[in-house]
Design a protein around this ligand. Structure first.
Ligand code: FE2
Length: 468
């Protein structure tokens, strides 16, 4: 018998799972959908089919894909869970079997030695395949039209146990640049690898790291890869002993591993910044200028000593757009600058500028809440050339998510296009998809597409144009 959800803030309101899978034709639209929008907006996020206990954390929720298909001004909706091994076993058992990372060792005996795959974090399109990603396991391939799960993708079979949820796709070469860092028996390394646009692995290098930490995201430039290590240190041994997987160890400082894209472990420049007792979950992007590497991150500074990331439900800290400039010649950090005082997360750029100099950055921001990184109420656009920002304040109780940039067309200049974001309406317990003009973010929305139900808090999304 399925029980009511346990008491847990991450299972209430915007976080409460949605248990139906449906297809809805012709949603109600307020305003007018731009005619240039022809394609599908995919969004992934945690949506537990069953909940193991009140220790639930959304890192462990089963991935559900929400897809909005736009064609000639009409829009339809579809949502499906990713059929991971965990999902299938629990559906068969009709109950939760896998304990989360906050209660290691408590899983049902039938799955004690199995990995709790969720595929809940990101969704990418590479080499003609749609992949649902979560950093602790391999990608799951999804049918781009039906959202049915095809299975663990075989083209990564040569790789290790896991793949980051934040690989980068070089917009010029079509290469996928990626890494693997979760492997409990090899904690002194990460694997850096590259697949060409046809999905053939062209590079796989083992890289020694100063310490293992939450390496959720990284960055690329035209010629380099940057691995930022912040001192939210991971220890499987600690977890096996029944303690926290993550521990905040600020005395270690931060490291930035800069590797030529065609390099290997011998070529890594590790820049140690002992005073950088800070944490970035998401990079914005990076680029080169001469001998300089410019890296933008969303960064939480001033994390209190003793904070243990993710062990408490509301363990969240404000993140600010922060720029790091490294000099490759002197192999040092030249500057670290907080660019704005508005707290936000889920940064995105125009993906056609990934790895090269970009001008426009978009984030989801928190103006009215004190639950940073979890509850957003605004979308912010930064123009890094004119140093102007625009804010779309949705108001308390209206909660946008990651803003996805869609260019007006394939030849549009950077920033000329639209921002797509789900907005949860707390009062109605329902969501809208809101379309903003990306160059006039503070204007009224161009269109609001009404979803008749809640689209729960999610992580990352993707726009796939129709002609791909
Ligand atoms: Fe992420």
């Amino acid at each position: 018998m399925t029980k009511p959800l346990p008491q847990n803030k991450l299972l209430e309101g915007i976080f409460k799972p949605w248990s139906a899978e449906s297809t809805i034709n012709d949603l109600i639209v307020i305003g007018e959908i731009p005619r240039e929008l022809n394609g599908t907006f995919f969004r992934n996020g945690p949506n537990p089919q069953y909940v193991f206990s009140d220790k639930y954390h959304f890192f462990g929720g089963d991935g559900m894909i929400h897809a909005l298909n736009f064609k000639d001004g009409q829009v339809s909706y579809k949502n499906r869970w990713v059929r991971t091994n965990k999902f299938n076993l629990e559906r068969e058992a009709r109950r939760s079997l896998f304990a989360g990372f906050r209660e290691f060792g408590k899983s049902d005996p039938s799955v004690q030695n199995m990995r709790a795959e969720t595929a809940n974090t990101n969704i990418i399109n590479h080499g003609g395949k749609l992949l649902a990603l979560q950093e602790a396991s391999l990608p799951y391939e999804i049918n781009i039209d039906t959202l049915e799960t095809i299975g663990v993708t075989s083209y990564f079979e040569a790789l290790r146990n896991s793949m980051t949820a934040h690989p980068k796709i070089d917009p010029v070469t079509g290469e996928l640049i990626s890494y693997s860092y979760i492997n409990p028996i090899e904690t002194e390394y990460i694997y850096y690898y590259v697949a060409d646009k046809n999905r053939n692995i062209t590079k796989c290098e083992r890289i020694n790291i100063p310490y293992l930490s939450l390496l959720h995201d990284f960055a690329i430039t035209k010629d380099y890869v940057i691995f930022p290590l912040f001192p939210l240190v991971m220890s499987y041994q600690r977890m096996f002993n029944g303690e926290d997987l993550y521990k905040w160890e600020p005395e270690r400082g931060s490291y930035f591993g800069i590797i030529p894209r065609n390099g290997n472990n011998n070529d890594v420049i590790w820049i140690h910044v002992p005073e950088a007792n800070c944490l970035s979950i998401h990079t914005v992007a990076a680029y080169q200028e001469g001998d300089l590497i410019i890296l933008d991150t969303m960064l939480a500074d001033n994390i209190p000593a003793g904070a243990n990331g993710f062990t408490a439900d509301a363990d969240s800290f404000p993140n600010y757009l922060t720029r790091w400039i490294f000099d490759l010649k002197s192999q040092s950090l030249l500057s670290k600058t907080v660019l704005d005082d508005m707290a936000g997360e889920f940064p995105r750029i125009d993906d056609r500028f990934m790895g090269i100099k970009y001008r426009h950055v978009y984030i989801a921001a928190t103006l009215h809440s004190d639950w940073f990184g979890y509850i957003f109420d605004a979308i912010v656009h930064y123009d890094l050339i004119s140093n102007k920002k625009q804010v779309h304040d949705f108001g308390a109780g209206n909660m946008p998510a990651e803003p996805i940039f869609v260019p007006r067309n394939s030849t549009a200049s950077e920033g000329d296009g639209f921002l797509l974001t789900y907005v949860y309406r707390e009062k109605e317990d329902r969501s809208d998809l809101v379309i903003l003009d990306a160059l006039n973010v503070d204007h009224d929305p161009l269109a609001i597409i009404q979803i008749p139900h809640r689209v729960p808090f999610g992580f990352h999304g993707l726009w796939v144009p129709l002609n791909l």
